[in-house]
Ligand binder design. Structure first.
Ligand SMILES: Cc1cc2nc3c(=O)[nH]c(=O)nc-3n(C[C@H](O)[C@H](O)[C@H](O)COP(=O)(O)OP(=O)(O)OC[C@H]3O[C@@H](n4cnc5c(N)ncnc54)[C@H](O)[C@@H]3O)c2cc1C
Length: 536
């Protein structure tokens, strides 16, 4: 590897300014005596579509701020490669995500603790969710106020959303106005990570204020190629910018927050991973760690799409220049209207079987419909409900494809490889159809266009899910926390077997939470910062 042409000295080095990296930078730099440097592969978050809520439709496919990963062909989903958007910009995926604020269930965190992760039970993590939060509805036992992450109510309440909620209630799903409160089960509006109808990414909420501190250094367009070690101690990293290599020396710790794909990839490139795999690609082994890149989990969603009786959908607005101008003005002048919406507006958490303790299916109801992301919204009046097993059992793997840091890793997602996930996704279709059959929805539905009334049997529905399902972009688990031999980090998030290195991001989740992953990732970083400050 080329020798760095210059060196930056710091106390803490944070690799990746995504959901977790921004929190780490902000919290560690609260101590004015600590110099914190954060390296981000992508640019500053100046693209205006990042900040307009509905802009995710554009940033989702914009290669200037998105890694646009792709998995290997996956036999469990008809041999398809899956598109994986990931933010490559300040704020990381929190700058391009669907804005939903969902924490999962208390049982998710209690399960982490049962796996040996002392300090990660729901009672342990709730204070960090609250610390992060600035809840529009005010504080209570579950919610915080005054934190960096603004959580707001949806301002644009489309009649389709109301109809979907009414139908859900008619189908027996309890109304729930707070999925992050005492219970998750039910149907209601999602809350959004927005402030005054602008995206509140981790960069906006945490990094921007912190970057004003003299002890913070933010380097963009700084793609880390390798973590540096002296023996078993991580001492810094090397990044490349415009063809030049620059080194960073960290006197205290290196914190890897590059996300669920790049964090394991960087560990492998730096010599931490399954020894056999590293040797195969000529990477010198620093630490044999069998779990790096294993235990990959994601939510896999299948779509029910409907042709709408009335032109109430976002598709209709996108087909009408006049309505686009109106929507633009509504947003510019009043911060209202269709530009303020999240990727799904109504949600439901339902049980695939009534005897279950807690829901295992999530609905994402959208007032628009689409096929391929690159092609944009459907050119007819349509809306959709995406269903996914919220506690999937399928597991994937991530491995090196080469020792070249500019190469992408090889990913085998194995989305519908577990029988349980196949069963639950079919149950999800049936529950969603039950909701759509209720009066309030039939007023709006001209036809179910996908899967379509022709597909009724379990096999047909499962086959449709395999052929057409999409990633919900909740990849986790590839550097899992734990105490078993496959654990990559311990419960203080230190990489096992080496010193001076922690992983702090979504990749440390031992098991995917039953919900969306931005708020849980921010919680993880809030807790990690406290662990570091307390000397753990
Ligand atoms: C399209 C999309 C929609 C989503 N919708 C939602 C939602 O509605 N609600 C929700 O809760 N969650 C959602 N998520 C998931 C959620 O945003 C992520 O789980 C969360 O942001 C992950 O945070 P992270 O810190 O682990 O990684 P990221 O936020 O992805 O941060 C990793 C950062 O590291 C940088 N990086 C990577 N490699 C390097 C390197 N070599 N050198 C320097 N920097 C590097 C990346 O560029 C990135 O900025 C969505 C995600 C996507 C992509």
């Amino acid at each position: 590897m080329t020798t760095p042409s210059e060196w930056i000295e710091t106390d803490y080095l944070v690799i990746g300014a995504g959901s977790a990296g921004c929190v780490m930078t902000a919290r560690l730099s609260e101590d004015a005596q600590s110099k914190v440097t954060v390296l981000e592969a992508g640019p500053r978050d100046s693209n205006p579509w990042i900040h307009v809520p509905i802009g995710y439709g554009k940033t989702m496919v914009d290669p200037r701020i998105n890694w646009k990963f792709e998995t290997d062909p996956d036999p469990s989903i008809a041999g398809r490669k899956m598109f994986w958007p990931r933010g490559k910009v300040l704020g990381g995926s929190s700058s391009i995500n669907g804005l939903l604020y969902v924490r999962g269930q208390s049982a998710d965190y209690n399960h982490w603790a049962q796996l040996g992760n002392t300090g990660w039970s729901y009672d342990d993590v709730l204070p960090y969710f609250r610390k992060a939060e600035d809840q529009e509805n005010g504080p209570d036992d579950f919610h915080g106020e005054g934190g960096p992450l603004r959580v707001s109510n949806l301002v644009e309440r489309n009649p389709l959303c109301e109809a979907f909620i009414q139908s859900g209630v008619a189908a027996g799903i309890p109304r729930n106005d707070d999925f992050n409160g005492a219970r998750q089960e039910g149907i209601g509006y999602y809350q959004l990570t927005t402030r005054n109808a602008r995206r509140c990414s981790a960069a906006v909420g945490y990094l921007r204020p912190a970057a004003k501190r003299p002890n913070v250094r933010v380097e963009t367009d700084a793609a880390v190629h390798r973590i540096l070690f002296e023996g078993k101690r991580a001492t810094g990293a090397v990044f490349k910018r415009n063809g030049t290599f620059i080194g960073v020396r960290a006197s205290r710790e290196v914190i890897l927050s590059a996300g669920s794909i790049k964090s394991p990839h960087l560990l492998l490139l730096s010599g931490i991973g399954p020894a056999e795999q590293l040797q195969q690609y000529g990477v010198p082994v620093v630490q044999d760690s069998a779990g790096v890149g294993e235990n990959l989990q994601d939510h896999y969603g299948a779509f029910l799409s409907y042709r709408s009786r009335l032109p109430l959908t976002i598709n209709d607005i996108m087909m009408s220049p006049l309505r686009q101008v109106k929507a633009g003005l509504q947003y510019a002048l009043m911060r209202k209207g269709p530009l303020t919406i999240s990727a799904a507006q109504v949600g439901a958490f339902v049980k695939s079987h009534p005897d279950l303790d807690a829901p295992d299916i999530q609905f994402l109801f959208q007032t628009f419909s689409h096929g391929d992301f690159e092609e944009g919204l459907d050119k007819f009046s349509g809306f959709a409900n995406v269903v996914h097993p919220s506690r999937p059992e399928s597991r994937g793997t991530l491995q090196l494809k080469s020792a070249d840091p500019e190469d992408v890793p090889s990913v085998q997602a194995n989305y519908l490889s577990a029988d349980y996930d196949c069963r639950v996704i079919v149950d999800g279709f049936r529950l969603a159809r039950d909701v759509a059959r209720q009066d309030a929805m039939t007023d709006h539905i001209l036809a179910e266009i996908a899967p379509s009334a022709d597909l009724q049997s379990d096999d047909e529905l499962l086959d449709y899910a395999r052929q057409t399902g999409l990633s919900i972009a909740h990849q986790v688990g590839t550097c899992k926390m734990g105490v078993d031999p496959m654990a990559v980090v311990d419960p203080t998030l230190r990489v096992r077997g080496v010193e001076g290195l922690r992983v702090v991001d979504a990749s440390v989740m031992p098991k995917l939470v039953s919900g969306n992953t931005n708020a849980p990732t921010i919680m993880i970083a809030e807790k990690a910062a406290d662990l570091i400050k307390s000397g753990a």
